[in-house]
Design a binder for this molecule. Structure first.
Ligand SMILES: NC(=O)c1ccc[n+]([C@@H]2O[C@H](COP(=O)([O-])OP(=O)(O)OC[C@H]3O[C@@H](n4cnc5c(N)ncnc54)[C@H](O)[C@@H]3O)[C@@H](O)[C@H]2O)c1
Ligand SMILES: [Zn+2]
Length: 293
């Protein structure tokens, strides 16, 4: 067994090399199967080690956070961060099996549970109005960690992500829908110490407002989303300027070509990938210490 520390530093070149050295010392060769137990960071790292060790060995995963169960463990993306950017180096390398036991969520710190919840809200917004209603009706039981409800939530969320990634394994088309909330969310994440899911929650809110401003989505739909987000205890004590935000979004643009795209919400369960109109964002983005108002 190899024990890894927690925190984003796990997903580093150094840690990948360190794990490879341990595997070599343990005499692991091509018949090895790696078993990754942990949150998304461990899964991303171990999956990437598996992708290149001995030119690829099989691996299985036991995700232990809500985010890892509903998102990181599904879809075969593995990778590490390099200084200044996230997930730049990696591989599409799916595990042979994913085993989920939601009872492990009982020990998860609340902020991590809540962070995972943002991605399940995102799945509902992309593809499932019924999941959104389930979230509205069962949010208290979810936050109270009623295991039956958590299991139901994870199952519904996994079905959505699985269908999307199976239809587009290499992110050419509908897999890009999964970036809902992430164009602004990633920029916020890189400017703050927020967890990924917390930044995505803010991204969902501000991209939703942008969609209303563009006439893509009705104010009523947006209000329904905002009311659900307000009920989740996300850590939102921060202030960000629109100039900083746009600068970070531009950095992403450099990586992705001339036009920055974002996922525009049309209604609950329906989205469309469209260019991000920076001037509209500048007009509607009104930062305050309470970012979800
Ligand atoms: N590969 C993908 O498709 C994909 C998708 C989404 C996110 N990610 C990546 O996932 C990472 C975030 O993953 P995460 O949110 O699971 O965070 P994480 O892996 O950092 O885990 C969060 C914290 O919870 C602790 N923890 C884990 N399980 C626990 C449990 N059952 N009880 C108590 N504590 C527990 C961990 O030690 C850690 O301190 C990011 O690096 C992100 O880039 C990858
Ligand atoms: Zn995400």
């Amino acid at each position: 067994m190899i024990l890894l520390p927690h925190g984003e530093k796990v997903k580093s070149r150094q840690m990948k090399a360190w794990v490879e050295d341990r595997l070599m010392e343990m005499g692991c060769v091509r018949d090895t199967c790696l078993v990754a137990v942990g949150g998304g960071e461990i899964l991303d790292l171990v999956g990437f080690v598996a992708a290149t060790y001995c030119r690829g060995v099989p691996y299985v995963t036991f995700p232990t956070t809500l985010l890892a169960m509903t998102d990181a463990a599904i879809g075969g993306k593995t990778g590490i961060d390099i200084p200044g950017t996230k997930n730049l180096v990696g591989a599409f390398y799916p595990p042979r099996q994913v085993t989920i036991d939601t009872t492990v969520l009982q020990s998860l710190p609340e902020e991590e549970l809540v962070s995972g919840l943002a991605e399940t809200i995102k799945h509902a917004l992309i593809a499932s109005a019924p999941l959104f209603v389930f979230l509205e009706e069962n949010l208290d039981a979810i936050l109270g960690r009623e295991n039956g409800t958590l299991l139901e939530l994870v199952k519904k969320s996994v079905v959505i992500k699985k269908a999307i990634v199976e239809g587009d394994p290499y992110e050419k088309d509908q897999r890009r829908w999964l970036n809902l909330g992430h164009t602004i969310g990633h920029a916020i994440e890189s400017l703050t110490t927020l967890r990924h899911g917390e930044a995505v929650a803010l991204g969902l809110y501000w991209e939703g407002r942008l969609a209303v401003e563009m006439g893509l989505c009705s104010r009523e739909v947006f209000e329904r989303i905002a009311s659900l987000l307000r009920r989740v205890p996300f850590a939102l004590d921060l202030e960000i300027s629109i100039d900083d935000l746009l600068e970070r979004i531009q950095l992403d643009k450099k990586r992705m070509g001339e036009v920055t795209y974002f996922v525009g919400l049309k209604k609950i369960g329906e989205v469309e990938v469209i260019p991000l109109p920076e001037e509209v964002l500048r007009r509607c983005f009104a930062p305050s210490s309470q970012m979800i108002t």
